[in-house]
Ligand binder design. Sequence first.
Ligand SMILES: [Zn+2]
Length: 401
Amino acid sequence: MHEQTTIPQPASVAPSSQVCSHNALHVGDIGSSLEVDKIPYVPVVGSMLRKNYSADGGTICLKPFASFIQQRNNTPSIQRQAAPATAPGSLFSANQKARFRPTGNITRKEFDAYVMQNFGVIDIHTGTQQEQEQRSTRRGLPPVTITGWQSWDPGSASGDYTSIIDGIENMASVMGAVPTITNITFFKVAYEPDATGAGIPDTTIGASFGAGNLTIFEAFSGSTNPAIGINTQQGAPTASRDRGRDIASTIMHELGHGVAEAAMASQNNQTFVQFKAVVGWIGNPEVLYDIGQPTVRAAIANQTQLPPQHIITTSRWFDPTLSEQPMSRYAVDGGPSEDFAESIAAFVANPSVLQQRSPARYNFIQSNITTWRTRMRPTMPARVRPPVGDFPIPSGDTGMA
Ligand SMILES: [Zn+2]
């Protein structure tokens, strides 16, 4: 049920012999006033995860990493600057209790209680038709009517709830804080109105976030399928699809937009001016240049013609000759706002990969996160419950990164 987007293989990158059946999310958003998304949808708030990307030309499938935690454990030598000042007592409120991450299936009741107690979520509910019609109505257009509306949520018990929590916990673990999430709403499918006010379903949208509202649609189990290593002659290495990890990845991306909101609030709305300059988004509308190239930097400094051969287009985001490598196709296609969200998600999920692919993006986040966190919710990281029996006790995912 996804739109298939055929992306031509660029001649410079050898086609992969392995073909991934990607269902990557295409992510559009209006999370900030700087939104330059080409997607012709204008949600009321926030970002939208769009599931119509596929045929990621030039990428290769690798065996999936065993798990997020293993991934974290396998990258202990990440060079980070001083850890954020997240000592309990100075940052976390007294009523934040130590907790274990949930595993496996949990009930909706358990999910609701967990996110309310630990992340300050005020309301979690399964959306109604009237609510979605109201939310889908756009200024200047007639009130929306949806025919054939159906209710959806992950059910009375589901591993998907755990995966949503994983995405939030991953961010808390790395940043010591998460964006403010006030509401979580479940809908079956996103609707956009036509000129007459009829709601047109868009099955490609997986999630959205803005102003504290996290909306999750049934299609939320995709991800942008970001790179898991630096670009090679065969393209960008990407992981095989894994539902739990992809859901967590979707949530981390969405919370990346929340970090953007916090960043803008904490930096007098200058965050994106700086981000664009640092990572190479230039002009209006912005074009991404490979800022690591001396000729690009010289042209900027001298205000001379920028070298067009150093433009990073969606057809070469996986080019190994790039000195600064965006995390995914969508980071390029979605503009600075999506690039930012993808970079935050990578900083959380796979920081060493972000650092290797794009030191400019990594360093920008690393050097600003303390400021951004002043507008986020301090969140003590959860613990991972040690397994029962003769298994090695996991480590590395229980403390501050
Ligand atoms: Zn997005």
